[in-house]
Design a protein around this ligand. Structure first.
Ligand SMILES: Cc1cc2nc3c(=O)[nH]c(=O)nc-3n(C[C@H](O)[C@H](O)[C@H](O)COP(=O)(O)OP(=O)(O)OC[C@H]3O[C@@H](n4cnc5c(N)ncnc54)[C@H](O)[C@@H]3O)c2cc1C
Length: 414
């Protein structure tokens, strides 16, 4: 361990944020507003948030003062299965925030932003962490890793990184023929993707459509998911009829670590947002968690003058108080969904969502998975099917009485 007094660095900062995505920028904003100076390092040549717009809950947009950047509100939320659907018609509970607009509007006089930054090393010192680029090095008493899937600081420090990831591919569309307007939806169809998909319907024939995999369980790739997404758009009902003449105006695919309840907090270091595994394990929702984790990191950092692990652990307490209690249930649902449910079971499950009222459907979407709520979505036939799938999966091939469910079953779409 190198001593800070060696001065083996070019610049000294109190706090360095690595990554100018949603979590990094929100933390920068909060520190800036508290009058705290920080350096924000971003790998890209400009601060550009992809995808630019995120579906989220209006309550979260309000809580984080983002209502000026809402592009659309949604009137309904629907779960679509292969044949079933279940809707909640609670207007304006979900919206689409334009993050690029928000990023452009930020005035961060206390924050120095440096883009096109290539970190090649990180090293702990007695009083903090030194980050190195080829030409320049930085010392900070506190480093916050906001680099999303890259988890660059954790990797360079040699910490264990999060490997349970989600993989998403989405397209922006025009010229769609929607029979309804302003709907947000999840599509659960295990013939297409091993997590699920989403469709956001905007006015004037515009929309956003995409699919996601639980990765590495699916062993899929962005290229493979892209192919399935474009095929599903044309082939799976009811959306194929709506998207028949649609034009893809832009597309993006990305990995995102989600759903670890073992976030990274150490002396002089926190990883937040996707880099901290904050997103929900089942829905791969990460925007709200990225913002909340920035808020919690800000609280922990401003209260922990020594930046020691014990003081910074306040971050974990705050995050777990809001989300942690639900994540274990998420892990269970994900486990059963992947291993023991086929498309017919998933379809039946969605059919059962109709038993839930609007509030309960929103709790489900918001990732508030409690055992009571999950029990409400089950029935005898579904439980029997899942039980038979478990037995069948345990048997040797020659004794199996139904097609086994394999983890990578969704990688090819016919
Ligand atoms: C197609 C798609 C659709 C999605 N839709 C939704 C949605 O509708 N709702 C929702 O809640 N979530 C959605 N998500 C998830 C959401 O995008 C993420 O959870 C969220 O962006 C996480 O924010 P973040 O700041 O932690 O990380 P990121 O947004 O990934 O930001 C990380 C930043 O770090 C930078 N960086 C990376 N490496 C380095 C490095 N070496 N040095 C410096 N900087 C670096 C990156 O360039 C980037 O700017 C979607 C994800 C995808 C891929």
């Amino acid at each position: 361990m190198m001593s800070e007094s060696n001065h083996d660095y070019d610049e000294k900062h109190e706090i360095i944020i690595v990554g100018a995505g949603v979590s990094g920028l929100m933390l920068a904003k909060l520190l800036n507003n508290s009058g705290i100076k920080a350096l924000l390092l971003e790998r890209k040549t400009t601060v550009h948030i992809r995808p630019e717009t995120f579906g989220t809950f209006t309550v979260a947009a309000r809580e984080h003062h983002l209502t000026d950047y809402i592009d659309h509100y949604f009137d309904t939320f629907t779960f679509y299965g292969a044949t079933s659907k279940a809707s909640a018609t609670e207007k304006n509970k979900m919206c689409l925030v334009n993050y690029q607009k928000w990023a452009h509007s930020l005035k961060l006089k206390n924050i120095t932003i440096r883009t096109d930054c290539r970190l090649i090393a990180a090293q702990r010192t007695a009083g903090g962490i030194v980050l190195r680029e080829r030409q320049r090095s930085y010392f900070a008493r506190m480093v916050v890793d906001c680099s999303g899937y890259a988890q660059i600081v954790a990797k360079l420090l040699g910490l264990r990184t999060i490997t349970k990831t989600g993989l998403s591919f989405g397209v922006e569309l025009t010229n769609c023929r929607f029979p309804i307007e302003r709907e947000a939806s999840f599509i659960l169809n295990t013939e297409v993707a091993n997590s699920g998909g989403w469709l956001y319907i905007f006015p004037n024939g515009k929309g956003q459509y995409g699919w996601a995999d639980f990765y590495p369980e699916s062993k899929s790739s962005i290229k493979n998911l892209r192919e399935r997404t474009l095929k599903a758009m044309r082939q799976t009902s009811p959306h194929n009829a709506w998207l028949q003449d649609a034009h893809v105006t832009c597309s993006y695919g990305r990995f995102g670590p989600t759903g670890s309840v073992k976030h990274q907090v150490g002396d002089n270091f926190i990883a937040i947002g996707d880099a901290g595994g904050c997103g929900t394990p089942v829905t791969l929702e990460g925007f709200r968690q990225a913002l909340d984790s920035a808020k919690f990191a800000h609280q922990a950092i401003t209260l922990a003058a020594d930046y020691k692990k014990a003081s910074l652990s306040l971050f974990l307490k705050l995050f777990h108080a809001k989300y942690g209690k639900y994540y274990r249930m998420h892990q269970w649902v994900k486990f059963i969904y992947l291993r023991w449910a086929n498309n017919t079971d998933i379809d039946r499950w969605i059919h059962n969502f109709s038993k839930l009222d609007g509030q309960e459907i929103f709790r489900l979407i918001m990732g508030e998975l409690t055992p009571g709520l999950m029990l409400k979505t089950l029935d005898i036939v579904l439980v029997k099917n899942i039980f038979l799938n478990i037995i069948n999966n345990l048997l040797p091939t020659f004794l199996q009485f139904r097609p086994p469910i394999s983890l990578s079953k969704k990688e090819s779409m016919h």
